[in-house]
Design a protein around this ligand. Structure first.
Ligand code: NAD
Ligand code: LMR
Length: 340
């Protein structure tokens, strides 16, 4: 009985240590593209995160206003705004985590790959500065097309001699957020306890939700239900792009997803055990050099890229049919970074 009590109180103490702001180390987070549709609500959510001690908001315009506004919130993080190329170095100096939502969003009728022309160059420039000013930071890439921007970042870091595959992440959390929401709705279970891994990449059919591994399991779903859930998850971004009708793509749900993933990265850095999220990372899980799957996060970033587990026949088929498109998006990014 005594030992039970003791272990319960140790457990509570451990939990308190991890969650109390005063016990958590200093952590600087930089957001690049902080004045944008994602950047602003993401800045707000990171300002509310007690693990953040310093929040650096960078954009090519309008960050002084965003920073002044967010800085008045009475939470731990000290907020500073940086604007323009001249201030990018200072924005990045000492960062533990850099989150990148910089770049143009889709309009109806566009694919994510249509953004490559503009966003590839933006990401390349920002990653060149990261290699120079905070080469050890974790990088969370939100800018699309993620299937290409992550390989671009890897190549830029390789060229600079700073590449650490454990520190580069394509943010696919929004796919998981959507899969959880849609699954809970169809299976009629409370969404708060739902988990669904989503693997592959972050565009169309490269987004592969694994509903066969969803928890809590549901036997109420027909084959047609699973097909519809898969399609809705794959087309979730387009659903928002069309609803916004020319005013951009997902920003609020993306800011939420980015904040969830950023928080997981910080917890990993701080040594909190058992932090697992899906992310698009360098991988040997399939023959593709980058692939999204469950990843265990730790003190130096990726601690373990986890396998896919058992797949249903539908998912096996989805996996095979996504490989061609995903590989060509990866190769397009690598080629751009090597040649430009
Ligand atoms: P937005 O146009 O509202 O904001 C983008 C911001 O980036 C702007 O403030 C702009 O000034 C800034 N910017 C442009 N060039 C920059 C540079 N060189 N340095 C710093 N900042 C720069 O767009 P948004 O809706 O916030 O979307 C941003 C990106 O995120 C898009 O590429 C979009 O496709 C992508 N996105 C990804 C996901 C995902 O799941 N990974 C989800 C939603 C959106
Ligand atoms: C999303 O999934 O919402 C983003 O990738 C934005 C988009 O273009 O769909």
């Amino acid at each position: 009985r005594m030992s039970l009590l003791r272990s319960a109180s140790q457990h509570l103490r451990r939990r308190r240590d991890y969650s109390s702001a005063s016990a958590s180390p200093e952590r600087k987070v930089a957001i690049l593209g902080a004045a944008g549709g994602i950047g602003q609500p993401l800045a707000l959510l990171m300002k509310l995160n007690p693990l953040v001690s310093s929040l650096s908001l960078y954009d090519i315009a309008a960050t002084p206003g965003v920073a002044a506004d967010v800085s008045h919130i009475n939470t731990r993080a000290l907020v500073k705004g940086f604007v323009g190329d001249d201030q990018l170095g200072e924005a990045l100096e000492g960062a533990d985590l850099v989150i990148i939502p910089a770049g143009v969003p889709r309009k109806p009728g566009m694919t994510r790959d249509d953004l490559f022309k503009i966003n590839a160059g933006i990401v390349k420039g920002l990653c060149t500065a990261i290699a120079r000013h905070c080469p050890n930071a974790l990088v969370n890439m939100i800018s699309n097309p993620v299937n290409s921007t992550v390989p671009i970042a890897a190549e830029v870091f390789k060229k600079a001699g700073t590449y650490d595959e454990k520190k580069l992440f394509g943010v696919t959390t929004l796919d998981v957020v959507r899969a959880k929401t849609f699954y809970a709705g169809k299976a009629n279970v409370p969404v708060t306890g739902v988990n669904v891994p989503v693997v592959g990449g972050h565009a169309g059919i490269t987004i592969l939700p694994l509903f066969s591994q969803a928890t809590p399991a549901s036997n109420a779903l027909s084959h047609e239900d699973l097909l519809a859930l898969t399609k809705r998850t794959q087309d979730g971004g387009t659903e928002v792009v069309e609803a916004k009708a020319g005013k951009g793509s997902a920003t609020l749900s993306m800011a939420y997803a980015g904040a969830v993933f950023g928080d997981a990265c910080l917890k990993g850095l701080n040594g909190v055990p058992d932090i697992v999220e899906c992310s698009f990372v360098q991988s040997t899980v399939t023959e593709l050099p980058f692939f999204a799957s469950k990843v265990r996060l730790g003190k130096s970033g990726v601690e373990e890229v986890m396998g896919l587990g058992e797949l249903s026949a539908l998912e096996k088929e989805g996996l095979e049919s996504l490989k061609g498109e995903l590989l060509s998006s990866i190769e397009k990014g690598v080629k751009f970074a090597q040649e430009s």
